[in-house]
Design a protein around this ligand. Structure first.
Ligand code: GLN
Length: 185
């Protein structure tokens, strides 16, 4: 199994760690620079992206996370996707809170590449621009309330160890391991 760093400053850390363990890998909470040494994959959980950016700065982790995301397979979920976009490692633009407030939280089965994934949306962002090297893996109609066109909610960039997956939703909250298996297998 891989040693998987899970950014553990704020947000849904424990759920990701459980899922990583269930798949036979070794989660390692990342709170300081040294925790990134030797990791073989990286997960940036959901939470609140403004707070996460502040904490990354306060803990002097911004550069370390950026470098790690370029070096090992990396997954960002929800606020984690926003971090990947704003750190400049994933070539997309995002719109925060694109599907309404907490009360509009929803669960949906979405396409994921050739299969599907059960996804939970909580104040989720959507992807508003994808760069040339970015593949769209998931779209969501969002119940139709937030635009007529399906929104982009799952993307992938790069190959092999440089792969970066970003999803608007929380796969770790539905018990669906599709995205984590895709990252780690
Ligand atoms: N709305 C949050 C943000 O903009 C993300 C929500 C989440 O991670 N569940 O950072």
């Amino acid at each position: 199994g891989r040693v998987v760093g899970v950014l553990a400053l704020q947000g849904g850390v424990a759920e990701h760690a459980r899922m990583i363990e269930a798949l036979g890998h070794r989660p390692r909470p990342v709170r300081r620079l040294g925790d990134l040494e030797g990791i073989e994959a990286l997960v940036l959980p959901g939470g609140e992206s403004t707070t996460l950016h502040r904490l990354l700065t306060a803990f002097d982790l911004t550069k370390g996370i950026r470098d790690a995301a370029r070096r090992v397979p990396t997954l960002g979920t929800c606020a984690g996707l926003i971090l990947l976009a704003t750190l400049g490692v994933l070539d997309v633009d995002v719109e925060r809170n694109a599907f309404g407030p907490q009360a509009d939280s929803a669960t949906a089965r979405l396409p994921w590449k050739h299969g599907s994934v059960v996804a939970a949306f909580i104040r989720a962002p959507r992807v508003t621009r994808v760069g040339g090297g970015v593949r769209v893996c998931s779209t969501w109609q969002g119940g139709g309330r937030y635009g007529a066109e399906p929104a982009i909610v799952g993307v992938e960039q790069g190959e092999g160890e440089q792969r970066i997956i970003g999803v608007s939703f929380h796969p770790e909250l539905t018990g669906d391991t599709t995205i984590h298996r895709d990252l780690l297998d």
